[in-house]
Design a binder for this molecule. Structure first.
Ligand code: MN
Length: 435
């Protein structure tokens, strides 16, 4: 909240007309970063920034010599096929580039004619994961999700006693992270049917999604040097959308005693655009803990996180079945939640991750865990929406779902809005289940 500057000015307009359309995800106040190339060309991936319905080619912009100094250093790093080096430069350097781009893309910029040559329509672009993710950690930070899922497995003891104290997480798999648009085969694995004498190998029958936020690490920390909470956000580059696809039947059989393994590491989908921490400044909200609940240990508590550690970020999940695609019916919304209801903040997750000295590297990815809200329609997975598969959802075209069917596409979308500021969006993280 203290870091607002001219790039957040709601009066700003871009010479890219599509950026000024109300409720588009990528107005000039957003300026998220990703890596892209022209679809079907085999060109090298390079950095881009989303503006309206276009991508500004940062690799080509670098050739132009328009951007110098600190912003120029950032731009050089953005010309590479992954944004790790850019993220490693830190948020002040990223901010210098953001300020330069905001000036160049502003209505009235004297460079408009030159820059028009550097735009690629998003409809003609393909994307890669924004960074080479060295390590992926997935948290479990929504108390509403943890309670709802816990109730399914342990009706008399839904929430385990450590939840309110420890930001729970598991180490995920980086090699199977893919960018939005990826179609994947239904995973197979060991399944233990309820009355069976022994497990069998077969395709998952309880395939699910998880509605999550992804957080990219900017500057890393040295092994052995924890990141104190007051400095945690200096290590946060930005946020994206994330779907932690989950095979609930494989998970139920394998998860004890060491946690998720093959139930979750077959695919994780992320959105192509990373919205920077700076772009999110208008949408910070206080992080609170109900008075009846225990305050966190001192290393997870502080004035910054209390004042504005949370993000007011809307999250939705959309389903489009094969039949809906054939009929030309648009996707149906399954749920709507908000990241502000999270039990922990991203800063607390970063700090806890490093409290033992564990080192984070630039481009590492943290998942927030499924973001479910307090109301039933705010559940971030089918496991919760269908009460463990016992109460099927009926879709508008008459189809019903307990878990995902072959041909289903799941899209996660997100946005931030606040009176007096321009709404910014995250695009989408979409994936399709193949037989
Ligand atoms: Mn998850």
């Amino acid at each position: 909240m203290t870091e607002l500057n001219g790039t957040h000015d709601p009066a700003l307009r871009s010479w890219v007309a599509s950026a000024n359309v109300a409720d588009n995800d990528f107005p000039i106040q957003n300026l998220p970063f990703g890596v892209f190339r022209r679809a079907g060309t085999g060109e090298a991936f390079r950095g881009g920034v989303a503006i309206g319905a276009e991508v500004l080619d940062l690799g080509a912009l670098r050739q132009g010599g328009l951007v110098e100094g600190l912003a120029g250093e950032a731009l050089a790093a953005c010309a590479r096929p992954a944004l790790n080096d850019f993220m490693a430069l830190g948020n002040a350097t990223a901010g210098a580039l953001r300020a330069a781009l905001s000036g160049l893309l502003r209505a009235g910029s004297s460079h408009e004619a030159r820059l028009r040559q550097l735009l690629v329509p998003q409809s003609a672009a393909e994307y890669d994961v924004p960074a080479r993710v060295g390590d992926f950690t997935d948290f479990y930070s929504s108390i509403h999700h943890a309670t709802a899922v816990g109730r399914l497995f342990r009706p008399d003891n839904p929430l385990l006693p450590n939840f309110k104290w420890v930001p729970i997480a598991y180490h995920g798999r980086a090699s199977s992270i893919r960018v939005s648009g990826f179609a994947f085969r239904r995973p197979q694995g060991q399944l233990m049917p309820p009355a069976a004498a022994q497990p069998q190998l077969g395709p998952s029958r309880r395939l699910d999604y998880e509605l999550e936020i992804g957080a990219f690490v900017g500057r890393g920390n040295a092994l052995g040097e924890p990141i104190p909470l007051a400095r945690a956000e200096e290590h946060l580059f930005g946020l994206c959308l994330l779907n932690d696809w989950s095979a609930r039947d494989i998970q139920a059989w394998e998860y004890q005693p060491l946690g998720p393994f093959l139930a979750k590491n077959f695919l994780t989908t992320v959105s192509p655009w990373v919205v920077t921490r700076e772009a999110l400044a208008p949408f910070r909200v206080p992080w609170t803990r109900p008075a009846a609940e225990p305050a966190p240990l001192d290393y997870l508590d502080g004035a910054l996180v209390r004042a504005g550690g949370a993000f007011d970020m809307h999250l939705t999940v959309w389903l489009r079945s094969a039949r809906m695609r054939t009929a030309g019916t648009s996707a149906v919304r399954l749920s709507h939640s908000n990241f502000r209801d999270c039990w922990w903040t991203v800063a607390q997750m970063l700090t806890h991750h490093t409290v033992n000295g564990c080192n984070l590297a630039s481009g590492d990815l943290l998942g927030s865990g499924t973001q479910s809200g307090p109301a039933p329609q705010e559940a971030g997975s089918l496991l919760e929406l269908t009460a463990g598969g016992k109460q099927p959802l009926v879709l508008p075209d008459g189809e019903s779902r307990t878990f995902l069917a072959d041909g289903d596409s799941v899209s996660i979308r997100g946005w931030c809005e606040r009176e007096g500021f321009v709404r910014i969006g995250f695009g989408e993280a979409e994936g399709t289940v193949l037989p």
